[in-house]
Design a protein. Structure first.
Lengths: 194, 98, 984
């Protein structure tokens, strides 16, 4: 056993978040989204795509959650790029993202959610919406074996406390992420297309 | 606690992520105004409640938020079939269907 | 007292010569340790004091630690109470005395008699099964979700073989066992495997499992419940063996396991033999005598008499001899037992008495001898008078009952197998297997081979391996075993009803005579007999007594055991602490609090809180020295006379987009939205399909194909699910998308005549003038430099602006508005003032003034219902059903009390003639009631039969204290009836 904390929770600063609805089977829709966001909406259920700091999480068969660095404007460029049935809603104020890393990050998830987070079932690139303690959350598996957990702002005080409590037995450390970055490593933001 | 295959997430998920929304295939009458009070009351309140295979409407509340239909045995609690809303109801399996 | 590391409380007590560990609950008889595991019915203890105290633990499963403090769960005061009149308490005593005798079941329902009600608290204490801990439990418990391909329950020989075989396939394995060490029965006996002591094989197996990837071992973990679809709960005792209060970490963890396959290797529990005074301390299970000797080095007495119906128990005689102790005799009820173990015992010079049974134990405080007599051929008579043999331990073995509790919990009925003389698990389907003694295996070799096969099969069903085993069972030294004899009740020279008590269920003092009496009184179903006699009702769920009880009932009814059947077992296998069930959902985590972005401001300004759904909302903000009424009066007057500010962020908000958004809204609201101009708002009422009010709120048209809907705070999620349901299931063709934006927006409601002036200080890009920004307009601009959407809507009747900004900036904008309002005396107000303000205006709160029977007409809201829409709307048809057109329905009215200072109680019942003879006809009830500071009097809203036609009538509200408050029916709009103040 190492002496370091088993679980590290780092909270992201303000980011842009959008809820996107539309027909993912329609190539023009996917291309339109990719052109603006730089990431195409994943069609495979329970997966997410990323390019730099921009991400598109699958939420449902016609629903995605997009995120990008704070201050990014997607709403009007997407309206310009997409035609037909679709909806784009700014939900930046509603989302809180925390990154859970450390050898026992998975144990915290197992204390919180009935979902199976075993690496065989939940490799990097997967994401899942599920119960999380007495709230719900979107959990995404990162390439660096850490997890991003996205939940509603009004539950943030409750869930921060819950996660800290669940992590305590493993050694828990709380930090923060860079303002614009959902993962620990700071990367060069991708070019905006608008 | 049931294990329910969500047809949209394409995974087996635990019952606590879902809510049951009652019997499926209760279609809203096209022209309510033309129904008698009795007929309208049947639509509002009367349900089959069978012993055995039962068509139910479920929603993946904590997951993809999509409604779908489940053919579930009310005796064994087996989930026999899940299918999307709008698809015709499968026949209750008489034999060993899968 | 002293013990050794590895001792249980029971083994330590026995080692210290404690033979009496409890006093029986009904008859007050001395009781000793009978078993060595979960089956123990007598040595039930409560550990510790105060909040940390834990009742209903089996001393046989309590690991010894320094300073352990235990007392029997049965208590002497209660015992004496029951003991004094115990012998007058036959089976069904409680039932007859307190529930009425069966003959009186005329209505088919047993009703508690008055005597029950009066005596219940005494008898509850007298039942003596533990005391509720006093105070909060200082320990921490939690829950843990687990998934595995194969869950192996039990780590005896079958379980270990199953886990080894399944693990070799690469499947994810979880193996749980209730004992501190893995090994199961191999820990208790003197078995050899592969020519060495079995403990070597166990150690090797555990080492292999521990080093395998994806294998988790859970010792000290009881699989308590087996639910649908292979969902099981496991209680892991993490620190119980170290002391009562964990120094740190989690004391117990409830694992919630979803298993692909389950292998039940739960073993078997030895069955007692039922004879007179078989409850005397010193009468024990044969395997338990061996376990205490082999595992704990405790001899439970000096001179052993073994009473058996099978070969296996001869091991106990051999163990006893090997320890250098005296064996008085082996009494075997079989006529001609033969087999390797029998020969070995005979060969050691021990007297084996065949065809005999122990008819009675002698001795009062503990066994001093046994009466034995030859059995007749049907085992229901004795062929000679009993003889006495001196001994101080009677080790019994009536056979083995498979531990089928978990299989039974799945709903599978156990089946009686005549050849096995046991109930075996029924068909477990394709997701579970049984292996080893639970499946009827009787030899160690069979247990190992069955376990390996079950492990391979389970892994293969879960998608790992071929299903063929690679396992080669190690050599065992087992001689062949002859069949055992079915003996469930040893005859006595006296008939059962007159013989000394022959105990079937030790914990609840149920005797063979009780079961016969129940049958004589007409109880023929085993489930009814269980409830009448309390057989199997204890915390041990009849682990020892069940089969004997069923067999005695069968014999009394003259039917076979298969026909009689067994009772079903339900979770939990052994008692589970409430702490483990609650986990971390206690204290601050019990009910999650939702907070708005301005929460910290409210807290630092002394807000008192009201829970609305899961939200914490400021209720009122008392200043030093103010009562609640003072504060609410001040807040209300600020809103009416100057300016006040409310955090309205909790309102439900849904973004609605699509070319059919207007059509969708038309269908779900009573009012139309098609013609609503962009930038305008409209109030809507949402009905259930039965025509009753479901929700209300203001919806704004933001663009041609985009709306924002407000819902009530408490109903937000239900409304959103309701809308999605209709869209997804009935109207998928509509081009409309719904997105919840409740958490995205922070809403500051600026209310009062000065609100325009305050907003003007922090907003310079929206024309706030009366004609440019009308009542029910929505505008976009910036407030305090932050992009904002401002609604001119009002829930108070005053000039009002609701400023919405992205929640990231919510606090910042709130602060700016409060600062800008400083010179106007801006006053924060809470939900109580909000309620008073709206009640003064006669605005309803859905769910408070309305209930699930209230139609728009009942609430006086026909003005918001459009019956001429092309599609109609949800609930439309129900408005015409005959019951909804009745004229004597409850209708919304205002009430003005005769005494202006008396505030009616909300929920108070209203009557026309309070002096009328009971039952007094009800005229209605009060739904909202407040003191109005603005009006200087009490106001109330009420639902009153035919209320709208009764304006001016006087009603009366009788109070609990005997007073009656009278009030006049008035219009529900108490203030500014023409709505002029919000249009300034």
């Amino acid at each position: 056993m190492s002496d370091g904390p088993g679980v590290v929770m780092r909270e992201s600063g303000a980011r842009g978040w959008w809820n996107l609805r539309g027909d993912g089977d329609e190539p023009r829709f996917r291309d339109g989204v990719a052109a603006v966001v730089g990431v195409s909406p994943p069609i495979e259920p329970c997966t997410w795509h990323a390019a730099g700091d921009r991400r598109a999480y699958w939420l449902g068969p016609d629903e995605w959650l997009l995120t990008a660095e704070h201050g990014t404007e997607f709403e009007s460029p997407l309206r310009g790029a997409l035609h037909g049935r679709c909806s784009i809603v700014d939900v930046s104020g509603a989302q809180i993202l925390v990154n859970l890393s450390g050898a026992q990050a998975g144990e915290v998830l197992r204390k919180s959610s009935p979902y199976d987070f075993h690496p065989r079932r939940f490799p990097p690139g997967r994401c899942v919406q599920t119960n999380f303690a007495k709230a719900t959350a979107l959990v995404a598996a990162n390439a660096d074996a850490s997890f991003d957990v996205v939940f509603r702002r009004s539950y943030a005080d409750y869930l921060r406390g819950w996660i800290a409590d669940a992590g305590r037995e493993y050694g828990f450390l709380r930090g923060s992420l860079g303002t614009d970055h959902p993962t620990r490593r700071q990367r060069q933001p991708a070019q905006d297309d608008d | 606690m049931l294990l329910i295959p969500c047809p949209f997430c394409r995974e087996d998920r635990s019952e606590e992520e879902f809510s049951c929304a009652g019997e499926a295939h209760i279609a809203r009458p096209e022209k309510p105004a033309e129904l008698s009070d009795h007929e309208w009351g049947d639509y509002l309140f009367m349900r089959t409640n069978p012993r055995g295979p039962h068509r139910e409407l479920w929603v993946h509340t904590a997951g993809c938020r999509r409604y779908f239909n489940v053919l579930r045995d009310t005796v064994s609690y087996e989930v026999l079939v899940v299918y999307e809303v709008g698809q015709p109801p499968p026949d209750p399996p008489g034999g060993d269907e899968s | 007292m002293h013990g050794f590391a590895g001792d249980t409380l029971a083994s330590a007590l026995l080692a210290n010569g404690v033979s009496r560990v409890a006093t029986s609950f009904k008859y007050g008889r001395p009781r000793g340790v009978v078993g060595h595991g979960a089956e123990e019915p007598n040595a039930i203890v409560q550990l510790g004091q105060g909040g940390a105290s834990v009742p209903n633990l089996r001393a046989t499963q309590v690991e010894l630690y320094d300073g352990l403090d235990a007392r029997p769960c049965s208590r002497s005061k209660a015992q004496r109470l029951a003991g004094t009149f115990g012998r007058f308490m036959p089976a069904g005593f409680y039932y007859k005395t307190f529930m009425g005798a069966p003959q009186r079941w005329t209505a088919g329902v047993a009703r508690p008699t008055a005597l029950w009600t009066a005596s219940e608290h005494v008898l509850r204490r007298a039942t003596g099964l533990g005391r509720v801990p006093a105070g909060n439990d200082p320990d921490t418990y939690d829950r843990f979700n687990r998934h595995c391909d194969v869950l192996v329950v039990g780590a005896g020989p079958a379980g270990l073989a199953a886990a080894l075989e399944a693990a070799r396939s690469g499947a994810r394995i979880l193996i749980a066992d209730e004992q501190a060490e893995l090994g199961g029965s191999l820990l208790d006996g003197s078995y050899s495997l592969g020519g060495e002591h079995a403990s070597k094989w166990v150690a090797d197996a555990v080492a292999e499992l521990a080093s395998s990837a994806d294998v988790d071992l859970l010792p000290r973990s009881t699989v308590a419940g087996y639910y649908d679809h292979n969902f099981l709960t496991i209680v892991e005792r993490r620190t119980d063996h170290l002391g009562l209060v964990a120094a740190n970490g989690t004391r117990q963890r409830l694992h919630r396991v979803r298993a692909g396959q389950v292998v039940l290797a739960t073993g078997a529990i030895e069955r007692p033999l039922v004879f007179a005074n078989n409850d005397r301390p010193g009468v024990m299970m044969a395997s338990s005598v061996s376990s205490y000797l082999n595992r704990y080095a405790v001899a439970v007495g000096d001179e052993l008499l073994l009473f058996t119906a099978n070969d296996h128990a001869y091991r106990t005689a051999l163990d006893w001899q090997r320890a250098g102790l005296a064996v008085a005799a082996v009494v075997d009820c079989r006529e001609a037992p033969e087999g390797g173990l029998v020969d070995a015992v005979r060969g050691a010079g021990t007297r084996v008495i065949t065809g005999h049974a122990v008819t009675e134990a002698s001795g009062r405080r503990r066994v001093t001898g046994a009466m034995i007599a030859p059995l007749g051929p049907g085992a229901d008579s004795l062929t000679a008078a009993p003889q006495h043999i001196a001994c101080d331990v009677i080790a019994c073995s009536g056979g083995w009952s498979p531990t089928l509790h978990l299989s039974s919990q799945t709903g599978t009925r156990p089946r009686w197998h005549e050849s096995a003389v046991a109930f075996l698990p029924g068909d477990l389907g394709k997701r579970a297997l049984c292996a080893g003694a639970v499946a009827g295996a009787r030899s160690l070799r069979d247990c190992l081979e069955q376990g390996a096969l079950a492990g391979a099969t389970a892994a293969s069903r879960a998608g790992f391996g071929s299903g063929r085993t690679t396992f080669t069972a190690p050599e065992t030294d087992e001689p062949s075993q002859a069949p055992s004899r079915a003996l469930f009740l040893v005859p006595h020279p006296k008939p059962v009803s007159r013989a000394p008590k022959q105990f079937v269920d030790f914990q609840l003092d149920v005797t063979a005579a009780d079961i016969e009496l129940a049958a004589r009184e007409g109880y023929t179903s085993v489930e009814h007999v269980k409830r009448y006699t309390a057989l199997g009702f204890g915390t041990d769920q009849g682990k020892l007594g069940n089969v004997n009880g069923v067999a005695i009932l069968a014999r009394t009814l003259d039917q076979d055991i298969a026909t009689t059947g067994t009772t079903m077992f339900r979770p939990a296998y052994t008692p589970v602490t409430f702490g483990a069930i609650a986990g971390r959902d206690v204290g601050e985590f019990h009910d999650p609090e939702r907070h708005t972005p301005m929460h910290a401001w409210h807290a630092s300004h002394g807000a008192m809180w009201e829970d609305v759904g899961r939200w914490k909302r400021p209720w009122y903000y008392p200043r030093p020295g103010e009562t609640m009424q003072d504060a609410v009066n001040r807040e209300c007057l600020a809103a009416r006379d100057a300016v006040a500010v409310l955090d309205a962020s909790t309102l439900g908000k849904t973004d609605i987009q699509g070319t059919d958004a207007a059509e969708f809204l038309d269908r779900v609201y009573t009012i139309g939205f098609r013609k609503l101009a962009v930038g305008r708002c409209r109030y809507g009422l949402m009905l259930r399909e039965d025509g009753t009010i479901f929700d209300d709120g203001v919806t704004a048209r933001l663009a041609e194909n985009r709306y924002l809907m407000h819902t009530t705070t408490g109903n937000a999620e239900a409304v959103f699910a309701w809308l999605e349901r209709w869209h997804q299931t009935e109207w998928p063709e509509l081009d409309v998308y719904l997105t919840s934006v409740t958490d995205h927006w922070a809403t500051t409601a600026l209310v009062g005549p000065e609100s325009r002036a305050v907003l003007a200080r922090v907003c310079d890009d929206i024309d706030l003038s009366r004609d440019a920004f009308r009542f029910m307009d929505v505008r976009e601009g910036h407030v305090a430099g932050i992009a904002a959407r401002v609604f001119r809507i009002s829930f108070s009747g005053e000039l009002s602006f609701e400023v919405n900004v992205c929640a990231q900036h919510g606090r910042q904008v709130w602060d700016a508005i409060v600062e800008a309002g400083g010179e106007f005396g801006i006053t924060p107000y809470g939900t109580e003032a909000m309620h008073v303000l709206r009640a003064e205006k006669g605005f309803i709160i859905v769910g408070q003034d309305s209930d699930t029977t209230t139609t728009p007409h009942d609430a006086g809201m026909d003005w918001v219902v459009r019956r001429n829409k092309p599609f109609g709307f949800l609930g439309d048809r129900s408005l015409d059903v005959s019951d909804h057109r009745r004229e004597d329905r409850l209708q919304l009215v205002g009430l003005a009390t005769t005494d202006e200072d008396t505030v009616l109680p909300e929920g108070g019942q209203l009557v026309d003639k309070p002096e009328a003879e009971a039952p007094v006809p009800m005229a209605g009830h009060v739904t909202s009631s407040y003191h109005s500071a603005r009006l200087g009097r009490s106001i109330a809203l009420a639902m009153v039969k035919s209320g709208t036609t009764r304006l001016g009538d006087t009603l009366h509200c009788p109070l609990a204290d005997g007073r009656t408050v009278s009030a006049k029916i008035v219009s529900p709009v108490f203030y500014d009836p023409d709505g002029e103040r919000q249009n300034v």
